[in-house]
Design a protein around this ligand. Structure first.
Ligand code: NAP
Length: 264
């Protein structure tokens, strides 16, 4: 069955690889990127490579939450259902530390943007068939420091990145509890995969980028994972695993969600 699948941050890296595989199966693919020209070129490239014309692009800079809201409105206007949402766009190094609201770019792009987007797209996801949400977490997870989340305190990018990924994982488990009809998975796609992000941040890699693209693809459409929700998939070990302890701590999660709602 052809699905409607939105993949954020699919102009490069593992998101683009997953998008290409899904497009080759003939699904309706919605790409997203921050740079309209690059997005347009990737839409064209994937249409040609996959022989699938049902590929469309949506542009928004996820460091700007107003742009995320606007993109969600466009999607809500254009689509009638969404079966799979892959929250993949992410940033580690960034020339700018803060966005226009004074929030750390990593928290904005990696956690707040997917929170805002997914919340706005819930009605479409509820119209989808056995809908799935895949949130790109990481092996790097560190407890949320609320002054950092609020933009009141600055830490090195490694620390803020790891906090943003644990926040995303904590909210993923909360969303799975709140929305019984959705299958929500937090995914570590594998560590140090060969992508722009890793090349810029570390200068070396451990595994090819395909390792991440392939697991995104499987979790998005494989029958094997149907109905599995509220779990953390750790592609370093190749199976479901255990996230940071805070992802199972109801008090920490409630505090995070309250702070998040106040921020957005
Ligand atoms: N690679 C790894 O080893 C690894 C490990 C654990 C988790 N992850 C996670 O996997 C996801 C994909 O990462 P990747 O390694 O494939 O990185 P990547 O190659 O750098 O791709 C990141 C994607 O996100 C987009 N993006 C970045 N900043 C954005 C912004 N402000 N607004 C909108 N889109 C933005 C990029 O757009 P452009 O094309 O314009 O750059 C690109 O499409 C991320 O969430 C990352 O944290 C990766």
């Amino acid at each position: 069955m052809k699905k409607h699948i939105l993949i954020t941050g699919s102009t490069d890296g593992i998101g683009k690889l997953a998008a290409q595989k899904l497009a080759q199966d003939g699904h309706n693919i919605y790409l997203h990127g921050r740079n309209p020209q690059k997005l347009e070129a990737v839409v064209k490239e994937l249409r040609e490579k996959s022989n699938n014309d049902s590929i469309k692009g949506f542009a928004a800079d996820f460091s700007d939450l107003d742009a995320v809201r606007k993109m969600a409105e466009e999607i809500n206007t254009e689509l009638t259902q969404l079966d799979v949402l892959i929250n993949n766009a992410g940033v580690y190094n960034s020339a700018r530390v803060h966005n226009k609201e004074g929030l750390d770019i990593r928290y904005a792009v990696n956690y707040l943007a997917p929170y805002v987007l997914t919340t706005a797209l819930l009605p479409l996801l509820k119209k989808g068939i056995e809908s799935r949400v895949i949130n790109l977490s990481s092996a790097a997870q560190a407890p949320v420091v609320h002054e950092v989340l609020n933009g009141q305190r600055e830490l090195p990018e490694r620390a803020t990145y790891a906090q943003s990924k644990l926040a995303l994982t904590m909210w993923s488990f909360q969303l799975a509890k709140e929305e019984a009809g959705l299958a929500v998975i937090a995914l570590n796609p594998g560590s140090l995969l060969n992508t722009n992000m890793v090349r810029e941040a570390f200068g070396h890699h451990w595994s090819p980028a395909d390792k991440g693209g392939n697991i995104i693809y499987d979790l998005a459409v494989s029958e094997k994972y149907a109905g599995i929700s509220g779990k953390y998939y750790d592609n370093d070990s190749g199976g479901f695993g255990t996230a940071h302890a805070d992802a199972y701590d109801d008090e920490a999660i409630n505090k995070l969600i309250k702070a998040t709602q106040a921020l957005i």
